[in-house]
Design a protein around this ligand. Sequence first.
Ligand SMILES: C[S@@+](CC[C@H](N)C(=O)[O-])C[C@H]1O[C@@H](n2cnc3c(N)ncnc32)[C@H](O)[C@@H]1O
Length: 221
Amino acid sequence: MNVLPDHTARFLAATAPDHTPVQAEMADLAEEWDFPIIGAEAGAVLRLLARLTDAERVFEFGSGFGYSATWFLRGGAESVVCTEFDEEEAERGVTFATEYGYDDAVTFEIGDAMGTIERYDGPFDIALIDHQKSRYVDAFEAVRPKLRSGGVVIADNIASGPIDFDALVRHVTDGDPLPSVDDDAQTHGIGSYVDHVTDDPAVETAILPVGSGIAVSTVRG
Ligand SMILES: C[S@@+](CC[C@H](N)C(=O)[O-])C[C@H]1O[C@@H](n2cnc3c(N)ncnc32)[C@H](O)[C@@H]1O
């Protein structure tokens, strides 16, 4: 879902990089399954960040069948740890990687991403957070000590998806409280994440209105 005015969204869509054959096949599958992939406009930012950070290792919280991972690989990343608790999605991801010959660059870990990150040592160059919205802050803190200096964390669905964006706008502009966890755990999670990465002086964050809205953060020193 796009968060921009229609003409701007059309402009960005028209100037986004073309899908590779595997990405085109994945995008078709996403449409068929009504599955939320990050999309080409945000994908272009993933590719760019991988290129700019000279990324070698990437960790993803919530990978589906590996569409977002392919953007990091297009940016030159050497390996992506994909996490997914839906076995069918992960298996589809392995099949794509095998068919298109990049299976040595992706590892699909089936199970809770929050458990998987504990089993991996850093350093990672980039982390993508795109799993349960209520667990974004925990994911950030879990991966933070495993990032190399200058590493980047990208979080998806900051401005749209399973959240009440209007409530989030009222929170950041007027100081309204976020919906409680019991009332709306997803909006609470995204709002808490935005507070977390914008309040901490050790973290530098830019929020970009591409795709569903992404927060791009780096931890200083
Ligand atoms: C938005 S989709 C990921 C899309 C993917 N990043 C892309 O753009 O291609 C979120 C995925 O995270 C998975 N997921 C949610 N919570 C998870 C968790 N705690 N551990 C592992 N996977 C999780 C869901 O099953 C779903 O497939």
